[in-house]
Each structure stands twice: as C-alpha cells, then as structure tokens.
Design a protein around this ligand. Structure first.
Ligand SMILES: Nc1nc2c(c(=O)[nH]1)N[C@H]1C(S)=C(S)[C@@H](COP(=O)(O)OP(=O)(O)OC[C@H]3O[C@@H](n4cnc5c(=O)[nH]c(N)nc54)[C@H](O)[C@@H]3O)O[C@H]1N2
Ligand SMILES: Nc1nc2c(c(=O)[nH]1)N[C@H]1C(S)=C(S)[C@@H](COP(=O)(O)OP(=O)(O)OC[C@H]3O[C@@H](n4cnc5c(=O)[nH]c(N)nc54)[C@H](O)[C@@H]3O)O[C@H]1N2
Ligand code: SF4
Ligand SMILES: [Mo]
Length: 892
C-alpha cells in the first residue's frame, strides 16, 4: 500500500521545487546520504539541474520532521487522529452545513493527493470550499485562459522557447526562479545570437542584466503597455486577419479599448517613447515570438487583465500554438499544473470541467457516483480566511502549505486559524508558523518517500518515485485523505489500494464523455496497470485513448473550448489606482531569491543554499536611502500601520526611486521579524481572486542600532535577546546576524546567553575589546575546534562572512589561527573568497574578480579556472555580471 521500500538502485524521479519539472536520478548511498543528478533523458532538463535541485540531498534529513500524528501536541495513533478528524468534520457539517468546513491545499501535493482531496470536498462533503496556494500563484492565468480560450489551456511547450526569435519575459525572474529553462534559452541564444530577449520588470533583476532590452516598467503598467502593443500591431499591418476571422471573436471591441494615446502609455508605464517603440517594433517584426509571464503579471489587482492583454496580442497575430510562438504562463510550483487539472481551485471542477455548467456537474457526479456536487464556487483563499475570522468556518484542513507566512494580511490569517474551532495540518515538519495552532498534526511523506505524478509548465506529466523509507509514522497525503473519507462514511469511493489506482480513476474521468470537447484528456492511461504506472515515462497531455499521440501544442488551427470553438478577445482597460496613492512613502514589491524556496522549510536546512542570501533584506534606491537616512548594510524598519518588519538595507540602483523589494521567504523561525506578508493588504483581482502580492504601500525608516553583531557557531545559537536577528545554516553550524537597540553588552555574559554553552562544556575563550571604538570580539574553542566567534561593533560588522564560516570546519590548535579569528581577517597567506556566488563549489565574488583581473574574459574561462558555474549553472548570469565589470566594485 505504501511507497515501496528503497533498494539501493537509482530511481528516475522529478524535482520537488519549481514548475520546470526537471527529471532527476536519485539514490540513497550506503552511508544513508542521498545523491542526485539530472536525468539526461528527461525532456524538461536533459540532464541539467539548478542550485536547488543539486542540493536536494541536503534537505532530506529528518531534523525537525513530524514523525507521528499529534492531537493537542501529544503523540497519538493514526487511528485516533484520523477518527477525530472525521468526527469533527462530520459534526461541523451536521450542525452548520457543508460550507462550514474547508480544505486549504497546495501545488506541492502530487496529482493523486490533490485528486482525492478535491473528490472528497466537492463530491462527498458537497462543498466547493477547497482552495489552494495556487490562488496566490496561478489563479489570474487560469482566469485569463478561461476567458480567452474557454479552458485553462497552456498552448505551447518548452521547445518554443528555443525556437523563438523573440522572447518577452513579463514579470518573470527566470534566471532565479526557473533556472533550467533560463539556461535552455541562453544556450539557444548563444547558438543563434540574433534571438532577442526582452525583460519587462520594474526592477533590474539578474534576468534583466543579460537581456537585449529591459523595460523597467512602473508597477502594473503592463495592461497599458500591451494595449498599446495591440493597437500598434493593427497600425503596423501585421495582424493575421484570416486567423482572427476564422478562429476568434470580439476583436473590434478589444482593439477599440486598446487604442490609448501614447502619453497615457508613457504615464502608466514610466517608460520612454524610445523604449516603447523599440519593443513594439521588435514584436511587430518578429513572427516567432513567445511572451512568457509569471508573478509580476498574476499577483496583481489587474492580473487577469494583464493575462488577456498579452493573449490578445498573440491571437491578433495568429501567433499561438505554432512552433516558437505563443503566450506562455509559466507555473511556479512543481505541481501547480496538476492541481489545476484535478480542479483544486474553489471555482473549478475536476479535469478542467466547470462548476457553473450543469452538464459538467452531472457528468462528474455520475462518474464519482457521489451524493452531492456544489453548484457554486467555494471560498477563494483570501475570502476563506476572512470567513474563518468571522467564525463561519468550523473545521479546516491545511495540507502542504504555510498560509501564516504566504497569505497577505498574514497576522490576521494567523488569528483566523487560531480562532477556528478545529484545525488539522498535514506537513513534513513539526514546527512551522502554520502548525502552531493545529489541534491535529498529521505527518506526511516527503519528496523521496512519496509516489505519484506531477505536471510541469508544458503539460508534461512525470512520475515522482520513492527511494527512501517512510520515516516514523509518516504517510502520504492521499492516504490520510482517503482514510478520513472512509471514516466519514464514504468507504467505497475511497478504497484505493495504491496510488496507481487513483491515477487510473483520474485518467478515466478526463476521458469520460469527452470526445474532444475538453482539452484535458489522458484516457490512454485509464487502463494502465500498476506496473506500467511504475514504469511510466514522462509525456505531454493530451493523450486520448486511441487518439493520435504526440500532440504538443494547442490552437494553431483554432479549436478553442468555448461554445462556438472560437477564442474570445477580451477588452481590457488600464487601471490607474496604484500610483495615485501617495499617502505612504514607498511601494513594496516582493518575490524570490535564487537559492531559497518559499517559507524556507526545506532550503533553510541546506548550508549550500543558505550561503547565497543569508539574511532577509530590503532593496532600495540610493536616493530613497539618502532621503530616509538609511546607510548601506544598516537595518531598516518597514511598516504599514501597526505592522512592522526589520530587514538589512541593500542600497542599489536595481530599484527605481520610490520602490522597495523584499524577499518573501523569511519567517519567524529564521528571523526576528521578516514575515513580509504582515504588511501586504488582502487586496485581490476581481476575476481571479488572486491577491496583489507585488504591491503594498509602506513606510521605511532606519532602525537605530546601538550595536551590530555577527556570529558563527557550531551549535544553533539562541538570539531571543536581540532586537533584530537572522539565522542561517552554514557548513559546520550556523551564522547569525543581529543588532541591538541599546548599548554595548558585556560580551562574556552576552556570549553565554547566545551560545548557551551549558552541558559542562568549558570553552577556552579569546577576547578583544576596544571600548573607545565600541568594538568587541570573542571566540570560544574546544581543543582545536571553533565553537563560536562573536563580533560586536557600533557599525555593521565588516568581517568576511564566507571566510568566518570556513573557520568552523578548520583546525585552530595554533594560537596564530585563533588570533586571526579575533582579528576577523584571514592572515597574509589566508584566503577571503568574498560573498558566495557559486554555491555548488563555494566560490565567492572576490575569487571571481581576481580571476577576471588575471585575464579570464568569459564565464567559461572562469569555469575552467575556478569550476564556478560548471555544475548547475544557476550562477552563470551573476558571473557574467562580474566579467562585464558590473559587480567588481560591489564585490570589493
Ligand atoms: N528560487 C526560487 N525559485 C522559485 C520559487 C522560489 O521560492 N524560489 N518559487 C516558485 C514559484 S511557486 C513561483 S510562483 C515562481 C515565481 O517566479 P517569478 O514570477 O519569476 O518570481 P517573483 O520573484 O515572484 O516575481 C517575478 C518578478 O515580477 C516583478 N514584478 C513585480 N511587479 C510587477 C509588475 O507590475 N509588472 C511586471 N512586469 N513585473 C513585476 C518582480 O520585480 C519580480 O522580479 O518561482 C518558482 N521558482
Ligand atoms: N509577499 C508575497 N507572498 C507570496 C508570494 C510572493 O511573491 N510575495 N508568492 C506566493 C506564491 S506564488 C506561492 S506558490 C506561495 C507559496 O507559499 P507556501 O505554500 O505557504 O510555501 P511553502 O514554504 O512551500 O509551504 C509548503 C509547506 O508544505 C510542507 N510540505 C512540503 N511537501 C509536503 C508534502 O508532500 N506534503 C505535506 N503535507 N506537506 C508538505 C512544507 O514543510 C511547508 O510547510 O506563496 C505566496 N506568497
Ligand atoms: S529548475 Fe531547478 S528547481 Fe526547477 S525543477 Fe529544475 S532543478 Fe528543480
Ligand atoms: Mo507560486
């Protein structure tokens, strides 16, 4: 029944991080460690992996894992926990109706888990109150697709990115968020240098650095920009009139709304007329164009309109579904697409069927033989937690997501969960910000332990396979759901013997009464044996039973999934709301860094991944910094109303004045106050319900630190006393950045509290203090081992971080090396690599600068000399910047 036990042989599986969906070969070595390499045969990556994929082995340990079910924080048997969940859900339904319960699930579930969750809620509980973190991620794309195509169909595939002559990335930091696809594009571009890359993003990202054109658009200026483009395409005479006439409707109305005057476009985008003309000209004259978009489009009050403004331009030119052309919404999570397929959103039914359509409801209910099916949408994520705060939700099951960190208005979400009478959380970890108020915690199987399928951004279904034993009492999510369903009285419909049987049922439903009327059809898998499922090679849907195999694109010849099979142009008008609000100082943008994943529950475990960005930060423009009195590397307080976070200031021209960028990753387990969503209001797109996570008005002011501190420590320090702190894993232990509002503490007592060296350990200490300069240092050793090094100063501490971290694994039996630690510098012969650039080989910026000065003139040459960039390649864009001379100063 469970995931099979591991053999030592290698399994082919899929990466659990982003929506690229890279194939992986994974195995457990004899010493228990896990080895991971890219699968050279997998069509998503052909053997490549990015830094996160490469470091997977570092994230599968059992530290912090939830290994047994818990009821009210005490260990319980599965039987007791599952029965309690079933009983409490049934009671709530009996007393308050089916809409008083809810599931909040995730694009990190496997398709089979997701299918079972959706079937239980929609078909058997009879409510549509199942929503998912995809609401924060893909909902605007789904809504835009459905408005235009009549179905949530991604028309193209990855190969189009290699075949295109023009790639327009809108609101996507591909180099960091989908690194393997970015590398595929760069490889294609180096083979065909005429290929052009345009990046549309308010800030200058690493992706923008290597583009041919970067349009630093004003936030939410995208609708105006693409309306202007549609109108330009008409004027330039490059419309595909036959395609528009034969396969679409509503063009004239969309064009009429799109005809906005240039001054308005300039005002809304903040771009110059030269930039706009350049972009319009490129798009008009390049037939093979792909517009790839992500969260800068989706996470907005006008996200759905942005999607349609983009799709309108592709429909008007007939550039859709043909090689090298099309609009391309790229998915974020490993199974965001699979979740959409099985209907995990509160306004969808399973297998791309529609809740609003009676024929679809009847069909699904008939197939499931289920007692009920809702005829209206359930609560979307933001509304769901608001309903909870109002007491309307009596029982909630959270699975594979951390809403207390990732939803807007995060403290209200925390309070809503705390107020809900019954909360179940299924997670890998015992302690996340979202498990704190759960009455029942259920231990789930993690990547490497669980079995099933995921679908990537190009509709490719791949297997995730188990190669590790289930630890403790952990069980897969589908099993937990099916067990609860059985206990709720639905034994027959949830009697799955294995995960393959769920997949077969899902495949059969996709084909049920389909006959080409719905895009999603994988009927060819409906009769697949469990053995065949185990061997399943990745494939792109559709794959109808007996139908032609190998269709990889949609809509080149029309055939949309609307009633008349025509696509719909959607008239969209630009919004002006955002920039009108001048009452606050800065506009807060948020997103990702290269080596962390979401709320850091996994990447925070990896020393290698924590080296690239070890602290939460706020990027702001030098003019704002000057105006606000913020100096480089100081601490800033970013606030909205009574809510406040504390972050390291990073002053950079990558931001435009008036804007701020903060990563979404840091939470209460890794920093004192960095949950950025406590500042983001719950404002949503009217069509998709997706929150506008990229824009919040905030105030910024310096945090008046009396003392700055930095420490490395073999054991996890306890920074509870510090006003600001951020902790990160490093090789050999932990590193800690902190700041104190009050005067310099006595270093001995402070070190004792921080490193809590009880347990009979008597470290030999070495200290230095210059009271005049307010500079104090102390290090503790145990024989030749460094236990901790602590640096306090009245200015940000200028000790080379990577060098200091390296000392944790060095030998310090000699006095000389102990003195160097106190000096905070490598000796004459010592080596300071600078800030980490290549996390695979631990190569720092200073090393790369030195190599450039010694004559290395390309990324490849750097690779030959230093190995940097030769493994996963995620850092190649950053190396390129240093080679170009852009980062030399920053690195010194
Ligand atoms: N390293 C890493 N990779 C990941 C993830 C991760 O956590 N870490 N998460 C995965 C997931 S779930 C997702 S959804 C994807 C997200 O992948 P991306 O969408 O590429 O990542 P983000 O950093 O959220 O946002 C992208 C860009 O949108 C820009 N932006 C903000 N506002 C606007 C605007 O108004 N217009 C335009 N044009 N751009 C704007 C931001 O400045 C930002 O650079 O990444 C996936 N990959
Ligand atoms: N301000 C701001 N906020 C954002 C975003 C942004 O750009 N800006 N981006 C949004 C987007 S696009 C996304 S996708 C969300 C992501 O936000 P979340 O989904 O909240 O983030 P994760 O950290 O991935 O949370 C996953 C949780 O599931 C657990 N988990 C992992 N695998 C499994 C499993 O197999 N089973 C179970 N049961 N649990 C598992 C992990 O331990 C972790 O606790 O954040 C959103 N929030
Ligand atoms: S690009 Fe990186 S994170 Fe995304 S699937 Fe591939 S290896 Fe995993
Ligand atoms: Mo996402």
């Amino acid at each position: 029944m469970m995931a099979r036990m591991p053999d030592t042989k290698t399994v082919n599986t899929t990466c659990p991080y982003c929506g690229v969906g890279c194939g992986i070969k994974a195995s457990r070595d004899r010493d228990g460690s896990v080895s991971v390499t890219g699968d050279p045969t997998h069509p998503a990556n052909f053997g490549r992996l990015c830094s996160k994929g490469v470091a997977l082995g570092e994230t599968v340990d059992l530290e912090g894992r939830l290994l047994a079910p818990e009821i009210d924080d005490a260990p319980a048997t599965w039987d007791a926990a599952l029965s309690l969940v079933a009983e409490r859900f049934n009671t709530a339904i009996a007393e308050h109706g089916p809409d008083s319960v809810a599931f909040y699930v995730s694009g990190q579930l496997l398709t089979e888990d997701y299918y079972v969750a959706n079937k239980l809620m929609k078909g058997f509980i009879g409510s549509a109150n199942i929503d998912t973190n995809s609401r924060l991620c893909m909902a605007s794309s789904v809504a835009g697709h459905r408005r235009a195509f009549g179905s949530d169909t991604v028309p193209g595939c990855y190969e189009d990115l290699e075949l295109a002559d023009l790639i327009v990335l809108v609101g996507s930091n591909l180099a960091w968020c989908h690194p393997v696809l970015h590398q595929r594009i760069l490889a294609a571009k180096s083979a065909r240098p005429d290929m052009k890359l345009v990046v549309i993003d308010p800030r200058r990202t690493v992706t923008a650095d290597i583009a041919d054109l970067h349009l630093a658009i004003d936030p939410d200026g995208d609708v105006a920009l693409f309306c202007g483009l549609l109108s330009h395409l008409a004027t330039a005479g490059v419309l595909d009139e036959a395609y528009v006439a034969d396969h679409t409707e509503g063009f004239a109305a969309a064009l009429a709304t799109a005809e906005i005057a240039l001054p308005q476009i300039l005002a809304q985008t903040g771009l110059t007329s030269h930039e706009i003309e350049h972009f319009y000209e490129l798009f008009a004259t390049t037939e093979k164009a792909v517009t790839l978009y992500s969260q800068g489009v989706n996470q907005s009050v006008c996200g759905t309109d942005k999607v349609n403004a983009i799709i309108n331009c592709h429909l008007a030119t007939g550039r859709i579904g043909r090689p090298g052309m099309g609009p391309f919404s790229i998915t974020g999570q490993p199974n965001a697409m699979g979740g959409r397929e099985v209907g995990g959103l509160a306004n969808m039914l399973a297998c791309h069927m529609e809740l609003e359509r009676e024929d679809h409801r009847t069909l699904v209910q008939d197939f499931w033989q289920s007692p009920a099916i809702p005829d209206r949408a359930g609560l979307k994520a933001v509304d769901l937690f608001q309903a909870m705060a109002e007491g309307r939700i009596k029982a909630l099951w959270i699975m594979a997501t951390n809403p207390v960190d990732s939803l807007p208005d995060a403290d209200e979400v925390k309070a809503a969960i705390a107020s809900c009478p019954f909360v179940v959380v299924s997670d890998l970890l015992a302690k996340t910000d979202s498990t704190q108020n759960a009455q029942v915690k259920l231990p789930s199987a993690a990547w490497g332990e669980k079995d099933g399928t995921v679908t990537n951004s190009e509709r490719r279904i791949s297997r995730q396979r188990a190669f590790l034993p289930l630890p403790g009492e952990a069980r897969p999510d589908w099993w937990q759901l099916a067990q609860v369903a059985r206990r709720m009285g639905h034994a027959e419909a949830f009697s799955y013997p294995d995960v393959a049987s769920i997949f077969r049922e899902y495949a059969a439903l996709s084909a049920y009464d389909n006959a080409g009327t719905r895009d999603l059809d994988i009927g060819a898998c409906a009769d697949m044996s469990s053995e065949a499922y185990d061997r399943l090679q990745s494939f792109q849907w559709p794959r109808p039973k007996g139908g032609p195999a190998g269709q990889t694109r949609f809509f080149a010849q029309g055939g949309f999934y609307t009633a008349n099979r025509k696509a719909r142009f959607i008239p969209v008008t630009p919004t002006t709301e955002l920039l009108a609000d001048k009452s606050h100082q800065l506009l807060l943008n948020s997103g990702r860094v290269r080596d962390h994943w979401h709320t850091m529950t996994r990447t925070g475990k990896s020393a290698q991944l924590s080296a690239h960005t070890s602290e939460p930060f706020a990027e702001l423009h030098p003019e704002d910094a000057m105006r606000l009195g913020v100096s480089e590397a100081s601490i800033v307080e970013v606030s909205s109303g009574a809510q406040k976070v504390c972050l390291r200031a990073m002053i950079t021209r990558r931001q435009k004045p008036g804007r701020l960028f903060v990563p979404m990753h840091w939470n209460d387990l890794f920093a004192s106050a960095a949950r950025i969503n406590t500042l983001v209001p719950p404002v949503t797109d009217p069509y998709s319900g997706q929150p506008a996570l990229k824009n919040a008005h905030v105030s910024v002011r310096p945090f008046k630190a009396a003392v700055y501190g930095f420490a490395v420590s073999a054991e996890k320090p306890d920074p509870g006393d510090c006003d600001y702190w951020a902790l990160a894993r490093c090789k050999g232990g932990w590193r800690l950045e902190f700041a104190l509002a009050e005067h310099m503490p006595a270093i001995e007592a402070f070190a004792l509290r921080l490193f809590g060296l009880g347990a009979g350990l008597q470290p030999e200490t070495l200290a230095y203090s210059d009271r005049q300069k307010n500079d104090s240092r102390q290090a503790g050793f145990d024989a030749g081992r460094l236990l901790y090094a602590l640096y306090l100063a009245s200015e940000p501490v200028v000790v080379s971080r990577l060098w200091a971290v390296g000392q944790l694994t060095g030998d310090h039996s000699q006095r000389q090396s102990r003195y160097r630690i106190i000096a905070g510098r490598p000796g004459e012969d010592g080596h300071d690599p600078g800030a980490t650039v290549c996390s695979c080989f631990g190569v720092g910026a200073k090393d790369i600068v030195t190599a450039v000065r010694a004559g290395c003139a390309s990324v490849d040459e750097i690779g030959r000399v230093l190995n940097a960039g030769t493994n996963c390649g995620s850092c190649r864009s950053e190396i390129q910047e240093i080679v170009n001379g852009q980062r030399v100063l920053a690195a010194e």
